[in-house]
Design a protein around this ligand. Structure first.
Ligand code: HAM
Length: 449
């Protein structure tokens, strides 16, 4: 019988990958907290209808990439391909009476049945933010600022270009789409099957088509900007002026339309400069029409972004950026015989309470095998307790880097280790400091019901 393989397009994350993930989560959580955000996690499963009505039926995400299934009651469910739809659904249920706008962030796995390749997975992680309940160009600028700051703080600030565009409001876009369709319908002999379908169902995506024939005729196609009225133009100019005020560099790209239907007004992406295929680190923009398309009686303006964690990690690796490994073992116990084991067990517990990271080689046979393991695990120090040492109450303490060994009394071992490792390097976490018995913390999260 064969051992089952992992699902295509998914990855096991361990070791170095986890270190990058933890680092990126730390950096972004810190930034989000500074900007006044609180964390939300929406379910991995959503009703199919929510995603279709949010992202759009004819987008690639819905028409090709959904992981969809029926539950036992025959309900149509999906694994979430993105979180904006779920966060807005939750907002409508939980946050409408809170001070507006609400600032929410998430760090979540998502699922798209994409063709797997480097930077494109079927399960991938996004960290994202949504500012819901107000329309103000300064919020669009803050949204972009956060995305840029996360990339900068993760060390890839020089590796990407921020591209921005505006899609105007629904009315302007509809008028434009009608003209764009008319333009391309006259040229359908130049279009491949995918682009022919786009003309009918998703014409804006023709603007970022990869087909060279389409790219050649695009300069002659109608321009979205020509359909904007004063308000849309002013909104865009205003967002740009706030970006200028914050000193954020950007490129304007009139072909940037994004692949999800809910956007309006200003959209953006941060794209890698090195010419790789999966080049978008993150993307987002305003989506003022989403709430009403989900059935909200009142329009709810909103803006947000999401950043692909796997792509960011790839970029950090390519830039030679590594994360300090804190999963190191200070002290590794090697013991021979029952008597030694009975000494090593309680002293290893005591050592951890003193802030040392300790592993004991219980279960391993010979001293040689145990030493080999200590070496492979890169333990800094090894305490060897053989039969004779156990009887005499001592151990052989070996500095693995220098290869030197000294005999030391077991009763003095831990103080000695604390001295060597250094107080500031001890690994302490006291959960009691964060646990409040019977007393709600202030300020109380307004959405905590
Ligand atoms: P998105 O552009 O579809 O936007 O995804 C955001 C980021 O997720 C992409 O820039 C990319 O880095 C990453 N990503 C997408 N698909 C994959 C994949 N198959 N494998 C690896 N990484 C991937 C959204 O999802 C919107 N919800 C963003 C948003 C939030 N807009 C407003 N609020």
């Amino acid at each position: 019988m064969e051992v089952p393989q992992k699902v295509r397009g998914t990855q096991d994350w361990f070791g170095e990958q986890q270190r990058y993930y933890t680092f990126i989560k730390k950096v972004s959580r810190h930034i989000f907290r500074h900007f006044g955000f609180t964390r939300i996690s929406t379910p991995i499963m959503e009703m199919r209808d929510l995603i279709v009505r949010s992202v759009g039926e004819h987008t690639d995400v819905v028409s090709k990439e959904l992981y969809e299934f029926k539950d036992k009651k025959g309900r149509d469910l999906v694994l979430k391909p993105e979180s904006t739809a779920g966060v807005m659904r939750s907002y409508l249920e939980n946050f409408q009476n809170d001070p507006q706008p609400v600032y929410l962030f998430y760090i979540e796995p998502h699922f798209r049945y994409d063709r797997p390749q480097k930077g494109r997975y079927r399960q991938f992680h996004q960290l994202g933010a949504e500012i819901i309940g107000e329309r103000d160009p300064v919020l669009d600028a803050e949204n972009i600022h956060m995305a840029v700051k996360i990339l900068q703080d993760c060390g890839v600030g020089e590796k990407f270009t921020l591209k921005i565009n505006t899609l105007g409001n629904t009315k302007e876009r509809e008028a434009y789409i009608a003209e764009l369709q008319a333009f391309f319908r006259g040229k359908s002999h130049l279009l491949d099957e995918i682009d022919q379908a786009r003309v009918e169902h998703n014409p804006l995506r023709l603007l970022d088509s990869k087909n060279p024939d389409v790219r050649e005729i695009l300069p002659y196609a109608p321009k979205l900007r020509d359909f904007f009225k004063k308000d849309s133009n002013e909104y865009y100019e205003s967002v740009k002026s706030y970006l200028d005020l914050l000193g954020i560099k950007y490129e304007e790209d009139p072909t940037l339309v994004r692949g999800l239907d809910y956007y309006c007004d200003v959209v953006f992406e941060c794209v890698d400069n090195s010419g790789r295929t999966q080049d978008a680190y993150c993307g987002g923009g305003r989506y003022d029409g989403l709430a009403t398309s989900l059935g909200s009686k009142n329009p709810v303006p909103a803006v947000g972004f999401a950043l692909g964690v796997e792509r960011l990690i790839d970029s950090m690796v390519e830039s030679g950026l590594y994360i300090i490994n804190k999963d190191t073992i200070d002290l590794y116990f090697i013991q021979v015989g029952e008597e030694a084991k009975r000494i090593a067990l309680p002293i290893s517990v005591q050592a951890r309470e003193m802030g040392l990271n300790v592993l004991a080689s219980f279960g391993s046979p010979s001293m040689k095998t145990q030493l080999k393991k200590a070496n492979q695990l890169k333990a800094k120090y090894v305490a060897i307790i053989g039969i004779m040492e156990a009887r005499r109450g001592v151990c052989q303490l070996k500095n693995m880097e220098k290869g030197v060994q000294q005999e030391i009394k077991i009763s003095e071992l831990l103080d000695h280790m604390v001295e060597i490792v250094g107080e500031k390097n001890l690994d302490f976490y006291d959960p009691k400091k964060e646990l409040l018995q019977g007393k709600k913390p202030e300020p109380i999260d307004p959405s905590a019901k």
